[in-house]
Design a protein around this ligand. Sequence first.
Ligand code: NAD
Length: 315
Amino acid sequence: AKRNVLITGCSSGIGLALAVKMARDEQKRFKVYATMRNLAKKAALEEAVGGRLGKTLEIKQLDVCDEQSIKTCVNSIPDRRIDVLVSNAGMGLIGPIECQTIDEMKTVMDTNFFGLVRLLKEILPDMKKRKSGHIVIISSVMGIQGILFNDVYAASKFAVEGFCESLAIQALKFKLQLSLIEPGPVVTEFERKVFDDGMKMDLSAADKETAEMFTNIYLKNYKQIFQSLGQSAEDVAEHTVKIILAENPPFRHQTNTLYTPMTTLKYADPNGDLPIDIFYKMVFHHDKVFSASLNFIKLLRWRSRKSFDLGKSSQ
Ligand code: NAD
């Protein structure tokens, strides 16, 4: 039987790429409910999915910030049966906190964190009853490690990770699976929107040093980081499908091996100083990056021995 897959945020980026990839599965293993907040933006998905529309994929409205829209969407699915939930909808926010309003910050938390909570309040009880289901969350490497000028975004993804770590223990009792997908930089609308908003930001509330740090260091390097380390949405979608098809899906999966040396620093020093020190040197003392890079490589070797083997999926 086909597995019903509900994905949020499918009008662009990772959600769109994943919906298309699953709808086009040669073995036709999935029925995809590709959801989006605004159906006026469905053209790109419709075009990408082509002849599979109405067969292996249906488009539905769902706003993760609106409980009623989630309920209406889930009720419209036969027997409300969702075998795989992919919580993907999300938004970014960069800049000095002095220049962001609490309302802007709340919108990020409401979308990235409470969006997931709302979905689960509606879908988890059915999964528990059936004692089957896989909850897949598009988190981020920023769910385990903060980055300069991403304070609130990182906090929203940390919230997601803490929530899931707690829930995973209960999920195990009900034979449910939970997987956090942690991409590094991905070249999508997200990256463009966040950058444009950063460029337009009113920095008058920040002191000169902070404002310059944001403009002359952070924004200046932003595009380059995405160019050198960035993955495509299709690449992240491919990783996600493998995790969905895995016999024993891992709780955490990082999609970008170029980025793993950074996240490894977190686990390499229980005091937590190492990643902060390295990020500081990378940002403010480029000359020291070389010796730091050598340490990364050593850690990468250590990390790669422990990482999940993607080859073992049941695909
Ligand atoms: P994107 O902007 O292309 O996609 C995000 C989607 O979420 C958009 O289609 C947007 O309309 C939708 N969305 C926003 N608010 C919503 C709401 N209230 N209800 C329903 N949908 C809503 O960017 P993306 O990179 O594909 O982002 C997808 C996920 O990947 C996000 O959770 C993001 O945090 C995560 N992520 C992105 C990157 C990156 O660098 N792009 C890195 C790591 C993790």
